[in-house]
Design a protein around this ligand. Structure first.
Ligand SMILES: *Cc1c(COP(=O)(O)O)cnc(C)c1O
Length: 436
């Protein structure tokens, strides 16, 4: 009869064989998926953080750092520095103040807004780039309350929202004399009624990556006679939004996440065409005036998207967004192609994690159903802070949402299937070491 240690060794060898077979199969699947990926060539348009090949001798075998944090800061489009150099040296340095007209600076917020519009399913003249998302939350909420009867005294807000939206909603409610009603997005249809002025919901939950039902929730808000305001920070540039198709009233979102506009790049705000004439901004700066250079002491709101503007646009950042949007001109890049690949990538990453990770160490918070999934995978892990630190040290860049969430953003424009496989493999290795 075999001794116990010998049996154990045999079992270990069997386990190793299975794991190697899993790896070979998943690596092969990654190679097949990458080979048939219509967006694969688009990756060359980006310069990726940590992508200096410093890891090429490692187990990654020729692929550079895996950047899975594009849902926090999108990667640099390679042509962008040269474009910004022109803005700085020629437009500002040589043309100087003439650039407000000759270089199109003054109208850039609407022009760049018109380039974002098709990505979120909005018509021309309905999106303007201006200020931060936080400021746009304020504009949308206060202006939203001004679009409905004043006896509507409640603002319904997504209780799971990214904090800034909640903080600002609380202040907007105090300022407008409304009561704030925080509810889970799924409960918004039940929470809205004759007292609701505005409902603010995040399209994709920043922690879990859950995609909320924009058409259904918007319809319920309208049924109640209220205004639907959507935060698109984690959906703009990642998946179809359909603002016009679903009759969304107001929306806003970041340009530095899936739109790759650069750190702190200005946000956008959408006002449905039917509301533009009555959109009464709580921050009616001179840029939103019908005739700003009349320098009139009396305010008269401009027509259309300009009403979303406040003060002088942040030209350098705004034109960085403009340059970044050029990648959407590439023939392979459509929102539908991005969405298809995003779902395939997150499915594949989840499969790899299931195959590689030691059992019971991570649990996915990301919905399995495609209809409920954004473009990220969130894994709950007791040792998340140590695990993320070790992952980043090994070239797999995700981020941590304290206390226990590992967040991996998948930007289909520059993340491939081999990256997903490698990220899961490195994660499994880290899990085996940390807290084992
Ligand atoms: C990233 C993000 C923000 C950021 O707002 P800023 O004003 O740009 O700091 C706001 N809301 C959501 C949902 C986000 O994901």
């Amino acid at each position: 009869m075999e001794t116990t240690p010998a049996r154990e060794r045999a079992a270990e060898r069997e386990h190793d064989r299975e794991r190697d077979a899993d790896r070979a199969a998943l690596a092969e699947r990654a190679a097949r998926l990458d080979a048939s990926d219509p967006l694969a060539p688009v990756r060359d348009l980006f310069t990726l953080p940590g992508g200096d090949g410093g890891d090429s001798g490692g187990p990654g075998g020729g692929i550079d750092a895996v950047y899975l944090d594009g849902n926090s800061l999108g990667a640099l489009p390679t042509h962008l520095p040269e474009r910004l150099r022109d803005v700085v040296t020629r437009q500002w340095g040589s043309l100087g103040i003439r650039s407000w007209g000759e270089s199109g600076w003054w109208t850039a917020p609407e022009r760049v807004g018109d380039r974002i519009a098709p990505l979120v399913g909005a018509g021309p003249g309905t999106v303007v780039v201006s200020d931060s998302t936080s400021v746009n939350v304020f504009k949308a909420l206060v202006a939203g309350t001004r679009l409905v009867a004043q006896d509507r005294d409640e603002i319904v807000v997504d209780a799971t929202t990214f904090p800034t939206d909640g903080y600002i909603a609380e202040s907007a409610a105090r300022l407008t004399g409304k009561r704030l009603v925080p509810v889970d997005p799924a409960d918004v249809p039940r929470a809205v009624g004759p007292r609701t002025a505005v409902a603010l919901v995040n399209h994709v939950d920043f922690r879990t990556g859950r995609l909320h039902d924009l058409p259904g929730i918007t319809a319920a808000v309208h049924e109640a006679g209220a205004i639907a305001a959507w935060d698109l920070c984690h959906s703009a540039g990642a998946l179809p939004v359909g603002l016009a198709e679903h009759g969304v009233d107001l929306a806003f979102g970041c340009t530095y996440k899936f739109l790759n506009g650069g750190p702190g790049a200005p946000a956008f705000i959408y006002v449905a065409e039917r509301h533009q004439g009555r959109f009464d901004s709580p921050l009616p700066g001179w840029n939103s005036h019908a005739d700003p250079f009349a320098m009139s002491s009396a305010y008269a709101a401009g027509e259309g998207a300009v009403r979303g503007r406040v003060g002088t646009p942040d030209i350098l950042s705004l034109l960085a967004v403009d340059a970044a949007l050029d990648v959407w001109d590439h023939e392979a890049v459509t929102v539908a192609a991005v969405r298809d690949k995003s779902l395939a990538l997150t499915d594949f990453f989840l499969d790899c994690v299931a195959a590689y990770a030691p059992p019971g160490r991570v649990a996915s918070l990301t919905p399995a159903a495609h209809a409920e999934r954004g473009s990220q995978v969130a894994l709950r892990c007791a040792e998340a802070p140590d695990v993320m630190e070790a992952l980043i040290a090994r070239g797999v860049v995700g981020d941590l949402r304290r206390p226990d969430i590992l967040r991996f953003g998948f930007t289909p424009l520059y993340v491939g299937f081999a990256h997903a496989e490698r990220a899961a493999r490195v994660l499994a290795g880290v899990l085996a070491e940390v807290g084992a």
